[in-house]
Design a protein around this ligand. Structure first.
Ligand code: GTP
Ligand code: MG
Length: 243
């Protein structure tokens, strides 16, 4: 990560009196590239990437980029009812996890990054996850939706391999897809999100743009929880640097 970005993040966090690190929970359907995205953003192979058809990540794991920003990689949905229930429960628990400072509870997770698969026509699992799990437990202004695998969106056609970017036709297609996702969330859940970024974790396409989108959506205040939660003493203050 560029130095200026780390400084930007530090300024925003301190100016706004936010607790740090800013915690970003990364969610999505199985195999969309959640772990690959974290690795690409961190420029390091911290999260295990899947190789075959089986889902890879099974439990939520945390990766600290630096003092002010941390990612949490979650298990993908869409791998059977039982597994989905288990993984959704883990996501909801994480979203409801409190961080207690001066006897006041704040939400531990600050932002959710929802990753969709640009190569798939089926947005059903991702939409379910967004509407029924994510949006029910965190406000829409704390949700960033992004579309990975931009290179595979038109079955690999129109991707200019040598330039590692889409041609005009694929760029148009991706732009339409981003608008479609935005529209479906508006119609289905009545929620407004910023236009999803289309990127490729694998090829490094638009990654800087994705990081900018995350930083642009950093909260303006600490996240209040809708009700008091108690998860036991070991979770009393999970932000590592504030107290
Ligand atoms: N073509 C292409 N493949 C990608 C891209 N990003 C990730 N992949 C591939 O997609 C597969 C799944 O990637 P992961 O990062 O493990 O996906 P995940 O969402 O963490 O998967 P689970 O943990 O199983 O839910 C791997 O084979 C990656 O190499 C991309 O931008 N383009
Ligand atoms: Mg994974």
């Amino acid at each position: 990560m560029n130095n200026y970005r780390q400084q930007d993040i530090e300024h925003v966090v301190k100016d706004r009196g936010l607790l740090y690190p800013i915690d970003v929970l990364v969610v999505g359907a199985a195999g969309t590239g959640k772990s690959s995205t974290i690795n690409a953003l961190m420029n390091s192979a911290v999260a295990k990437v899947g190789e075959g058809a089986d889902p890879e990540t099974q439990m939520i794991s945390s990766h600290l980029l630096h003092k002010y920003l941390r990612f949490h990689d979650s298990a993908g949905l869409g791998d059977g009812l039982e597994a989905d229930k288990r993984h959704s429960k883990a996501i909801i628990e994480k979203l409801c996890l409190p961080c207690t400072v001066n006897e006041q509870q704040y939400g531990f997770i600050d932002l959710v990054l929802v990753i969709l698969d640009g190569g798939s026509r089926d947005l059903g699992t991702a939409m379910q996850l967004l509407e029924h799990v994510v949006m029910k437990n965190i406000s829409a202004d704390r949700v960033v939706v992004a579309i990975n695998q931009a290179d595979a969106a038109m079955e690999g056609r129109h991707w200019r391999q040598h330039l590692k970017q889409p041609d005009y036709q694929l760029a148009q297609f991706l732009n339409q897809k981003a608008h479609l996702v935005q529209q479906r969330l508006r119609d289905g859940a009545g929620k407004t999100i910023t236009l999803p970024i289309c990127y490729s974790a694998y090829h490094g396409y638009q990654l800087a743009h994705l990081m900018d989108a995350l930083i642009a959506q950093f909260p303006h205040q600490r996240r209040a929880l809708p009700r008091k939660w108690f998860f036991g003493d070991k979770f009393a203050c999970p932000k590592c640097t504030i107290c």
